[in-house]
Design a binder for this molecule. Structure first.
Ligand SMILES: [Zn+2]
Length: 307
């Protein structure tokens, strides 16, 4: 029996109340109202957030309408504001005045309190969606934000199509071989990763495809291994910019690896003993905030429990 840990994955569990009534009220607010609302502002510039000494800098007020109302948290409205229309000099000057720096959330994310990291990631994904949805995909007219920034509506009277934030499903799978005396898992690496790092295979789900089919197709394409049973483990929002990672354990039916070099650089089987060896583990391990890491760790504790 599979035994997956239930602790929330990083970038999930934001603690936000996502209230549709709050979103409707937001649309009627004036700049004055923004200033008076008990709020926490998450600022973004070119996809980056503000940090002071590795901690996220959040403001209590700001002189502009926010881009999105993310939700309510501990009696405060959490606003995300995109300042990407600032030029670089203005952005740097603003950061300096706060003794802060603009940085990608993934640089400091794993060290942040998990709920805050989830709210920052959510805001980052929403702000990105607004940037990319300025025009209607149906008729090409400009769109305007509505419902607290959770809809962008086409301004053409004859069209009026509402556009909603999108999430792209991606499967991520730990391929296992439980047939031999020593259970093994298959890890691969992409050329752009830090030297030595190996991780689970992953890929986007295609239209007209079930998650299980996507798992089997991706594994076959990347390493030429046939998959039998596919078991769901957990999912993780990954709004960098707009993915939902859906994690599985996938049982291998064949074991020879034929790497597709256009997809990955290398792949090989690792035994439990190898992954528990600190010398190997410190190079191999994927990011601590990733579902890939969780899939591997859960498999290791299952393998330990089975012995
Ligand atoms: Zn339109």
């Amino acid at each position: 029996m599979l035994n997956f840990s239930t602790k929330p994955l990083f970038y999930s569990d934001s603690g936000l109340v996502r209230d549709p009534l709050d979103r409707k009220a937001f649309d009627g607010f004036s700049t004055e109202s923004w200033r008076e609302t008990a709020a926490q502002w998450q600022l973004y510039w070119q996809g980056k957030s503000l940090f002071v000494g590795g901690q996220a800098l959040l403001l209590e007020r700001f002189e502009r309408a926010p881009t999105v109302l993310l939700g309510r948290h501990e009696d405060r409205q959490i606003f995300a504001l995109d300042l990407s229309d600032w030029d670089e000099a203005d952005a740097l000057r603003f950061a300096e005045a706060q003794n802060a720096e603009w940085a990608d959330l993934r640089r400091y994310g794993p060290a942040l309190e998990a709920g805050l990291a989830a709210r920052l990631a959510y805001g980052r994904g929403m702000v990105y969606w607004h940037q990319r949805t300025q025009f209607c995909g149906v008729c090409g007219s400009p769109t305007i934000s509505a419902e607290g920034g959770h809809v962008r509506r086409c301004t053409s009277i004859s069209c009026g199509t509402p556009h909603f934030p999108r999430t792209d499903p991606a499967v991520i799978m730990l391929v296992t071989d439980e047939t031999g005396p020593e259970p093994r898992v298959l890890l691969g690496r992409q050329a752009v990763w830090p030297p030595g790092m190996m991780s689970t295979l992953a890929g986007f789900v295609e239209p007209g495809e079930s998650l299980e089919e996507a798992v089997r197709r991706e594994v076959w394409e990347e390493v030429g291994v046939r998959i039998g049973d596919v078991s769901y483990c957990a999912s993780q929002p990954w709004p960098f910019p707009s993915s939902l990672m859906i994690g599985f354990r996938a049982q291998a039916l064949t074991f020879d690896i034929i790497v597709d070099p256009s997809e990955i650089e290398s792949a090989r089987w690792f035994t439990q003993r190898e992954l528990l060896d600190p010398d190997i583990a410190q190079h191999v391990a994927p990011r601590p905030d990733s579902i890939a890491r969780r899939l591997i760790e859960d498999w290791l504790s299952d393998a330990a429990a089975a012995r």
